[in-house]
Design a protein. Structure first.
Length: 208
């Protein structure tokens, strides 16, 4: 008897797969929504083509089904994190897309970009650093971005402000999960909470 085709994962499946309120610790609150790409906020000019997918995943592919869950710390100031779950037609299609992201991460190191938030300054400088990926899902990659945003047009006394963003991408079957964390200066070394990542990957495993 032939193996049945995999059940296509839709928005309702992804929303159901996000973490319920009882499983969001150490975050203090969480919100979830269907992801809608906003072209106005996508980078409009990136100095290194190898880095395009880093800042704007799926920029040149057909529309995918995605949902986003955003987490805030109990004090809502220490860190903000999010997961974006994106469904693909099959595990093979997700693997192909994941390989594309992996090649982009390996080929990208330093670049600049501009978008709607760049104002009248020179834009944002970025350095990408690869880091050890966790043993999660079917395959995973991880990297950090260090950003220097030119704010001299709004504050002549401060040319740039620095920020850190941490990213982990995990493929589980036909779903790619993007885990991101933006720590504040006081907890700059913090990683995405491993307990949240583990719970999320397990829920993706349970998807039919």
């Amino acid at each position: 008897m032939p193996t049945p085709a995999p059940h296509p994962i839709d928005t309702d499946d992804l929303l159901a797969a996000t973490l319920p309120n009882g499983e969001i610790e150490p975050a203090g609150s969480a919100a979830k929504k269907v992801y809608e790409r906003d072209p106005a906020w996508a980078p409009q000019a990136i100095s290194d083509p190898d880095c395009a997918l880093i800042m704007d995943p799926y920029r040149d592919t057909a529309r995918h089904t995605s949902v986003v869950q955003t987490f805030n710390s109990k004090d809502n100031v220490e860190w903000t994190a999010s997961t974006k779950l994106t469904a693909h037609p099959s595990p093979a299609a997700a693997t192909t897309e994941f390989d594309r992201f992996g090649q982009a991460v390996q080929g990208c190191r330093d670049f600049t970009f501009r978008n709607k938030a760049s104002g009248n300054g020179s834009g944002t400088r970025v350095t990408l650093t690869t880091v050890q990926a966790p043993g999660q899902g079917d395959e995973a990659i991880a990297f950090n971005l260090t950003l220097w945003l030119d704010v001299s047009d709004i504050n002549p006394d401060v040319k740039e402000i620095r920020a850190i963003r941490r990213y982990t991408m995990v493929r589980t079957g036909s779903v790619i999960a993007d885990f991101s964390l933006s720590p504040s200066d006081s907890v700059e070394t913090m990683e995405f909470p491993s307990e949240l990542m583990t719970r999320q990957v397990q829920r993706l495993r349970d998807l039919v």
